[in-house]
Design a protein around this ligand. Structure first.
Ligand code: MN
Length: 424
């Protein structure tokens, strides 16, 4: 399914008067907001290829119907999102769930939808059919050199697929770790992971990044070999200047100060990108911004401050990706909400009066510092986002138009009720 431009234009015409009123109110209150439009228009968030179908838990999975059954259909779904919000112009592929069998055709299709390829993701947390060695006891950390070799070869193969599509980053998330005390020699496991990643790094093209993701627990419940940002940072530092830490918001122990982690990683030029999601109890993979929107804003406040300090390009110098699961929502609606939440936090962070904040800090005026932050956070920037979308041909209200066009019903008619997307 493709969204026709005239559908978007008709929808925008109907909403325009009300939109303009709200936008002018914002510009009156915040004249500086006008200059944020080009930044918001440039900011794109990659959609993961595994997030277009219904997710699930180990207890069950409930199909949403009309799920994309091929990589082509996944691209078409992202094309629908991108047509509506003009902010989802990238896909993050997961191998082997989404192997491009005809890379040239996939590239052409992506180009026609204005979608580029963000980081490719390897998978050594599951065994694949026909695989010689099992990852039951780890992959890059494994006590057996043969298992490590197999996992290294897989990561190199994933980069080959990425190269054919124009991707320039490999994300490695390891489930490696141990479930019980005594199971693992921590030192040797970490050394193996380092040495294995060093081999992968040797095959990394000169213009690529290696993004090292960490996670505090799950699927291993006693130790994770790359369990926190310090361990990821250590590996990235040892490997070289093309290796970076990737922050997944759901991969921390409860109450971790993620904004502070982000600030330090940026300062050290070792922040590579993000996996956005939200959680209340653990790695819940809920819609980003649905539980902790203020935390998301604080993270973006550090990102904007840190990126500006180093004259970084907000849109292109870090990888912005969603990593969430949709257990009860329509995945496409959830992704529209996710992109909006990320853009809202970014816009609010851009609104922070950085000079005033710095002066308050120098004066040790804690109250004023909080007021400055919350003044930005409590500003309704939704009309600004809508205007940025409209400027690029997108919809003033993507979710509303998605429902008006009955996109899910159309997809179910096209693909059937029982179609199932590849992934977990
Ligand atoms: Mn992730």
């Amino acid at each position: 399914m493709r969204i026709e431009q005239h559908s978007i234009d008709q929808h925008n015409n109907r909403l325009y008067e009300d939109h303009l009123l709200r936008l002018e109110q914002l510009f009156t209150l915040r004249p500086s907001a006008r200059r944020l439009l080009p930044l918001l228009e440039a900011f794109q968030i990659a959609i993961p290829s595994w997030a277009l179908g219904a997710g699930g838990t180990r207890f069950g999975r409930f199909s949403i119907g009309g799920e994309p059954g091929s990589l082509e259909q996944k691209l078409e779904d992202i094309g629908v999102l991108h047509a509506l919000n003009r902010s989802s112009g990238a896909i993050s592929l997961h191998i082997p769930w989404d192997i491009p069998t005809d890379p040239a055709a996939i590239r052409t299709l992506a180009q026609s939808l204005d979608i580029r390829f963000d980081a490719v993701n390897s998978n050594t947390f599951q065994d694949q059919p026909g695989q010689s060695h099992s990852y039951k006891f780890g992959s890059l950390q494994h006590v057996s050199a043969d298992v490590r070799k197999q996992a290294i070869a897989h990561n190199i193969e994933v980069m080959q697929y990425g190269k054919e599509l124009g991707s320039t980053a490999l994300t490695v998330w390891l489930s490696d770790g141990s479930n019980f005390p005594g199971q693992l020699n921590f030192r040797k496991a970490f050394q193996h992971v380092h040495d294995s990643l060093a081999e992968v790094y040797q095959s990394l093209p000169s213009d690529w990044k290696l993004l090292i993701e960490y996670k505090a627990c799950e699927p291993n419940f006693y130790s994770m070999t790359v369990g926190d940002w310090g361990q990821s940072y250590l590996l990235a530092n040892k490997l070289g200047n093309k290796a970076f830490t990737l922050v997944d918001l759901g991969h921390h122990l409860p109450n971790a100060n993620i904004e502070q982690i982000v600030s330090v990683l940026l300062m050290e030029k070792k922040l590579g990108g993000f996996h956005f999601n939200d959680s209340k109890y653990g790695d819940d993979d809920l819609t980003v911004g649905s539980i902790h929107p203020y935390q998301l804003f604080l993270i973006f406040q550090e990102l904007v401050e840190g990126m500006n300090a180093q004259s970084m390009n907000h849109a292109s110098d870090l990888s912005w990706m969603i990593d969430a699961s949709h257990n009860i929502k329509d995945p496409l609606e959830d992704l529209l909400q996710s992109v909006e939440a990320i853009q809202l936090a970014y816009a609010q962070a851009l609104l922070v009066d950085a000079d005033a904040l710095e002066s308050a800090r120098i004066a040790n005026d804690t109250v004023l510092a909080q007021e400055i932050l919350q003044d930005a956070f409590r500003t309704d920037v939704r009309p600004l986002l809508a205007e940025a979308r409209r400027n690029k041909g997108g919809s003033l209200n993507p979710l509303r138009l998605y429902r008006e066009l009955n996109v899910r019903e159309v997809l179910i008619n096209e693909r059937g009720v029982v179609s199932k997307a590849t992934g977990l």
